[in-house]
Write a protein that binds this ligand. Structure first.
Ligand SMILES: *[C@@H]1O[C@H](CO)[C@@H](O)[C@H](O)[C@H]1NC(C)=O
Ligand SMILES: *[C@@H]1O[C@H](CO)[C@@H](O)[C@H](O)[C@H]1NC(C)=O
Ligand SMILES: *[C@@H]1O[C@H](CO)[C@@H](O)[C@H](O)[C@H]1NC(C)=O
Length: 256
């Protein structure tokens, strides 16, 4: 008998091979660069608190996202969508985005940067069925990272349109499995996401973090369990401790 478990062998493989294989294909780890310099004169801009923007999952009053796969959604006219991110964005974090419920596209976004997500070259941007206006959605892929929304931009003279919420709401509360740890697109390939998205006509949020316990105790680096942390906007990440203070524990203005 070799002294290795299967998991250890898999863990060693990337050191040897250098590429990650997924279903026999090389996994993509470089994504299109969407960063661009905004010329404010050609855009109509909305603040992060615009009532046309619907936020899913946990976002705080500074429009900073928390937990797994938080997102936003709005309708837009024209064929351009850009977003300026605030300085609390995790620099380089991978986000998924899409229009009209089509396939997710992925790009890394930057702290204090503006990114162009939709332009005349975007596949499907001229479709007007079944959505008119088209919807734009964005979700953060990794539970430990987040974005801060500063502004949303559409082409000059165009506008954002509020989309009516789905008839059903689902919140998945969990740990690594629900948050998508070790899956290809993390939160966007977790079972929590698959359940929420698969149900259709459902607003879903995933209040999950790897290693967190249901009982309020220190588990795998999470100082508090869901019995406590679920009542707070932010999760148990290092990011939360930097922003709100405390030992990996975020209590907005309250002490832990
Ligand atoms: C958004 O925030 C600004 C400045 O804080 C405030 O003046 C405005 O009324 C807010 N808008 C909405 C729709 O809440
Ligand atoms: C973001 O900017 C605000 C206001 O300038 C500042 O107080 C805060 O420390 C900055 N945060 C980071 C992570 O740089
Ligand atoms: C983009 O995100 C992926 C997934 O987190 C990461 O592996 C990659 O290094 C990031 N790329 C950049 C340029 O930040």
């Amino acid at each position: 008998m070799l002294g290795f478990t299967t998991a250890q062998l898999f863990g060693l493989l990337p050191l040897v091979a250098g590429t990650i294989l997924m279903n026999g294909q090389e996994k993509v780890t470089s994504y299109p660069n969407t960063k661009f310099d905004l010329d404010a004169t050609s855009f109509t801009s909305y603040a992060a608190n615009a009532s046309e923007i619907s936020y899913q999952g946990r976002w705080d009053s500074k429009h900073v996202s928390w937990w797994s796969a938080p997102g936003l959604k709005f309708g837009f006219t024209g064929s351009t969508v850009a977003i300026s991110f605030g300085n609390w964005t995790s620099d380089g974090v991978l986000v998924g985005y899409r229009i009209g419920g089509m396939d997710w596209q992925f790009t890394n976004v930057t702290a204090s940067g503006t990114h162009l997500f939709v332009s005349k070259d975007t596949a499907g941007v001229s479709e007007t069925w079944p959505y008119n206006p088209l919807t734009f959605e964005l979700r953060v892929t990794n539970w430990a990272y987040g974005v801060q929304i500063d502004q949303v931009h559409v082409a000059k003279g165009e506008k954002l349109v509020k989309v009516s919420p789905a008839s059903r709401r689902l919140e998945v509360i969990g740990d690594s499995l629900a948050s998508g740890m070790y899956t290809s697109y993390e939160g966007l390939s977790s079972w929590g996401y698959a359940l929420g998205a698969g149900l259709g006509d459902t607003e879903y949020s995933i209040t999950a973090y790897p290693g967190i316990c249901a009982a309020d105790q220190d588990c795998w680096g999470n100082p508090r369990g869901q019995m406590h942390q679920w009542f707070y906007t932010s999760d148990t990440s290092y990011r939360a401790s930097v922003m709100y203070g405390g030992k990996y524990c975020s209590c907005n203005s309250n002490p832990c």
